[in-house]
Ligand binder design. Structure first.
Ligand code: ARG
Length: 473
């Protein structure tokens, strides 16, 4: 589309590269400058939204008797043909025309003549691109939300399938307390739930029509802004043409939604990468989501998880880029804004792909109960539970904490678990400990006794699964 393979002096096709301002400016940009000015290499992806907006604008112009019904018909049919050709990849998009808006308009004029020249009545590329971006992000939000829901469902399903496996929870990546695997899976469902809410919130603020704001000050042409908004499914129109043409808050918000979401996915990916190591051996991924090594025949690498972890770098970079782009811009539209799409499209793609792959990984993953159980006594997961056992027999928690600390130290020296310590050792440390303590020690016993809502036990897991299954329907 741009550059390298093209002849240095491309054959002139006046109607295809004639720019609307060539009345005012007579000298043409050289090839390098034209390429620099152009955004067609990225913003061609807006073509569907651009055409939808143009058809609606033309319809309104005809309803307002600014153009005739025949002119509207010609514009609509012309634009639909252009849409078909772009989808088929057959429309030429010379960098000389700068962007998708000019590519479509000049193709329209070439195809339908005079009527095509009326499409831009009362409109500027400034309100046009603001509109296109809102339509693009509105769809992107919907797609991402569907991806989030699908991933949540896969996690809930896995929690149903294998959630009752007892495993260690970690803090500081050190063994902490026993939990049900499902509880860890549902933690990610919670994070994704907030991501979904954030996207829904982003949708609220972007769902405002800027169309009719013109370049910066509106227009003397009697446009019906409410009508175009209605036709495009916007519940509101913007109140201020300066703000409407230069506001990119919704893009910053969208990039933040993407960065946060990708951040959550990177945490999940990291956990599962660790679980897949030989050292842990908790998890086995389906082969389809792993790759081998060109040299080491034994390797099964979790590359998809690593790429998902890596995508959080992309999305964070896009967020910082987007926020930096708008900082310090004077009112109103400035050409800096042309580069907003590069950030937004990249963030959108990274997260969209990550969600799709993540869903597949989760749906086909299988945890390894034997491996997890084999080493469950390591790390004194039941130490807190032993202190709580003593609390239930009247020992103040601080004192119980201290006593268990000394018992853990003794057990560690002896190479034993708490469960394996002799009764005399226990009672020497605290006389409140009785033989029934055996029912309280060991990860499986501990998990059975978790009490409050939100804890890592069976009742709480059932509640979470029930809550999310209903909410995700
Ligand atoms: N390609 C431009 C963009 O995306 C369209 C708006 C151009 N407006 C202008 N006044 N040059 O920002």
């Amino acid at each position: 589309m741009t550059g390298k393979n093209k002849p240095k002096h491309p054959q002139k096709e006046p109607s295809q590269t004639h720019k609307s301002w060539q009345g005012r400016l007579t000298a043409e940009a050289d090839e390098a400058t034209a390429e620099f000015l152009a955004s067609i290499d990225v913003d061609w992806a807006l073509y569907r939204y651009d055409i939808a907006g143009s058809i609606v604008h033309a319809r309104m112009l005809s309803e307002q008797k600014i153009i005739t019904p025949e002119e509207f018909r010609a514009i609509r049919v012309g634009l639909e043909g252009i849409e078909t050709d772009i989808a088929a990849g057959t429309l030429r998009m010379p960098a000389q025309l700068e962007d998708i808006h000019m590519v479509i308009e000049s193709a329209l004029i070439e195809r339908i003549g005079e009527a095509g020249k009326k499409l831009h009545t009362g409109r500027s590329r400034n309100d046009q691109v603001a509109l296109d971006l809102r339509l693009y992000v509105r769809d992107a939000v919907e797609t991402l939300r569907a991806g989030v829901t699908a991933l949540q469902k896969a996690l809930v399903e896995l929690a149903r399938r294998q959630g009752r496996i007892v495993m260690p929870a970690y803090t500081h990546l050190q063994r902490a307390q026993p939990i049900l695997l499902g509880h860890a899976l549902m933690a990610y469902v919670e994070m994704l739930g907030r991501d979904d809410e954030r996207l829904a919130d982003c949708h609220k603020r972007l769902n405002v029509s800027p169309l009719g704001s013109g370049a910066v000050a509106g227009t003397s042409i009697p446009l019906d802004r409410a009508r175009t908004a209605e036709l495009l499914g916007f519940p509101q129109i913007s109140r201020n043409s300066i703000d409407a043409t230069s506001d990119r808050d919704f893009l910053c918000e969208f990039c933040f939604c993407c960065a946060m979401l990708a951040g959550h996915l990177s945490r999940w990916a990291e956990d599962w990468i660790i679980y897949c190591t030989s050292e842990f051996g908790f998890l086995s991924l389906a082969d389809a989501y792993c790759t081998g090594s060109s040299m080491m025949p034994q390797k099964k690498n979790p590359d998809t998880l690593e790429l998902i972890r890596g995508k959080s770098a992309t999305t964070l970079a896009q967020l910082v880029g987007m926020m930096t782009l708008v900082k310090g811009l004077p009112l109103a539209y400035n050409r800096d804004l042309q580069d907003d799409k590069r950030f937004v499209f990249a963030a959108d793609k990274a997260v969209r792909q990550s969600l799709t792959v993540a869903e597949g990984i989760v749906a086909t993953a299988s945890f390894r109960p034997d491996q997890i159980a084999a080493d469950l006594d390591a790390g004194f997961l039941d130490a807190t539970a032993l202190a709580e056992y003593m609390v239930n027999r009247g020992v103040p928690f601080r004192q119980a904490h201290h006593v268990v600390g000394t018992l853990v130290a003794q057990a560690e020296r002896a190479g034993k678990s708490l469960r394996e310590l002799p009764m005399e050792t226990m009672r020497a440390a605290c006389e409140k400990i009785g033989p029934d303590v055996a029912d309280y020690l060991g990860a499986a016993n501990v998990v059975k006794r978790y009490q409050p809502e939100g804890s890592a036990g069976e009742n709480q897991l059932d509640q979470q699964i029930k809550y999310w299954a209903a909410r995700l329907e």
